[in-house]
Design a binder for this molecule. Sequence first.
Ligand code: NAD
Length: 281
Amino acid sequence: MGKLDGRVALVTGGARGQGLSHAHVLAAEGADIAVVDICEQIETVPYAMSTVDDLTRAHKELEEHGTRVWTRQVDMRDGTQVQTAVDDIVAELGAVDIAAVNHGIWTRGDFWDMPDDVWQDMIDVNLTAVWRALRALGPHMMSRRSGSIILTASVNGKEGQPGSAHYTAAKHGVLGLMKSVALELAPYGVRVNAIMPGFVDSGMTNWQGCYDMTGGKPGSTRAEHEQNSRHWHAIGGLIEPNEISGAVVFLASDDAKRITGIEMPVDGGHLLLPGFNTAPV
Ligand code: NAD
């Protein structure tokens, strides 16, 4: 008997990384799962994004839980694709009870010479596309007078980080969006919360440019990246995607039925420390 038996959960950006982990953990609790992901490269993103093969593999893996699985390639920046996906999930799986709006990108650059497309892609994906998800989901959940939406922000939603003004602005925006939408949906019994992961080991961070940032010098190794990431967490080093998923299940479940509008750090105590604006050890 799972906590989420009979419910339908949508995960955006779920072909890999934290989203795929959330999908597994939600399915293990009994939820039917819908996963959407762009599965193609955005030109300004310097690391490899997900592929159609990732989504196909995710679909097969998720079916092993025995609940229903629905997957589709969707660019969350495209309002028509988002609305059609939500409508089709409702038609085929019956509802969307839970949504983990998790998709995102990470790029770096000093604000003073950031090209327009780097800024715009970041805001489009990490902020505007979150609103597009909420806009498509809101009326459906309002009509059913229930639902739980979990937005993935970041510790960058609460603090600055050099070289990351656009990501930081988008994640601060996600928290503001979440609080306003939580108030708008509260009269309908729909809950909206945000999680704020610390530094997570995923395709977003597992590449040379990120090792160089964590290591503080070009050519830093994966071992140095792992070692230096400890500097940014009070407990442990890099966080595993499945260490974020428990918070998603909690917020999705009736255990959190009186919880709405919160910003939940899952960050190994990162926000207690001086933050990203300190050199690695
Ligand atoms: P990831 O790159 O493995 O996963 C992100 C997924 O989002 C990818 O599969 C990608 O294809 C998908 N995606 C990107 N743009 C999309 C779009 N327009 N439409 C649909 N899908 C799209 O990285 P992750 O670490 O699993 O990231 C998940 C979330 O966690 C993101 O919102 C990210 O900003 C946030 N986050 C990550 C970290 C970290 O250290 N990795 C820390 C804090 C917050």
